[in-house]
Design a protein around this ligand. Structure first.
Ligand code: ZN
Length: 224
């Protein structure tokens, strides 16, 4: 069965999570075609695909603002560990507490909070009795603000933008969007840890040394 997990007040590591609740399917955490964060091969379907719209009747209750009430999914905890995602428990807490809350016809309820040019997005399940954090990611909300901020080193902003471009164009090869990106520290996409050199129209995995130009190809090929 499920158990309530809690966000510890100030913690950054996955081991601080107290729940091992799985996402049992009351809220599909990766609806096909949804605007979702970069995901692995087990979660196909993103923006641009067929998009089953969520019925407003699915909305249920408005999600609470108290992060302590939320459990987390395994899916989400895996994402917390991924380099390049820039989602931490403290930022998730802050986003739930202070972010804008919107109903989205693909993901359901989302909290979103912009800090120094970067938007944190947290998707929550609105299960009536046990709210759950389904997933979270970052996006560049304002390139100038982000790159000029003290909080976000340029390489991090580049990495966030790279992930977004790959995810927003999942099934397309996007050398023109990859080419400007300089991402020296590997970020996890699918099964791979990729970097990108400015001027190169591909990302390259530091483990298997394969080169990719699309999220779809990253997610369809296993790393060594
Ligand atoms: Zn690889």
């Amino acid at each position: 069965m499920t158990s309530h997990g809690r966000f510890p007040p100030e913690s950054r590591t996955d081991s601080d999570l107290t729940t091992s609740r799985t996402h049992a399917g009351a809220t599909p955490d990766q609806p096909a075609g949804a605007r979702t964060p970069p995901e692995g091969p087990a979660t196909p379907g993103r923006r641009g695909g067929a998009t089953p719209r969520r019925d407003p009747a699915d909305r249920g209750h408005v999600p609470p603002r108290d992060p302590d009430l939320y459990a987390t999914t395994n899916h989400f905890r895996e994402r917390l560990r991924q380099p390049g995602r820039y989602v931490s428990l403290p930022t998730v807490r802050e986003t739930i507490t202070e972010g804008q809350l919107r109903w989205n016809t693909t993901d359901g309820w989302r909290f979103a909070l912009v800090r120094e040019g970067v938007r944190f997005v947290v998707v929550v399940g609105d299960e009536t009795t046990s709210p759950v954090v389904v997933t979270g990611w970052t996006e560049v909300a304002d390139w100038t603000d982000a790159t000029e901020s003290e909080r976000w080193p340029r390489a991090d902003v580049e990495a966030i933008q790279l992930r977004t471009d790959l995810s927003d164009n999942r099934d397309r090869q996007i050398p023109a969007l990859i080419r400007p990106r300089e991402v020296p520290r590997p970020v996890t996409v699918g099964d791979h840890r990729v970097t990108s050199e400015a001027g190169a129209g591909f990302v390259e995995c530091v483990d298997c040394e394969c080169r990719f130009r699309s999220k779809a190809s990253l997610c369809s090929r296993q790393c060594r």
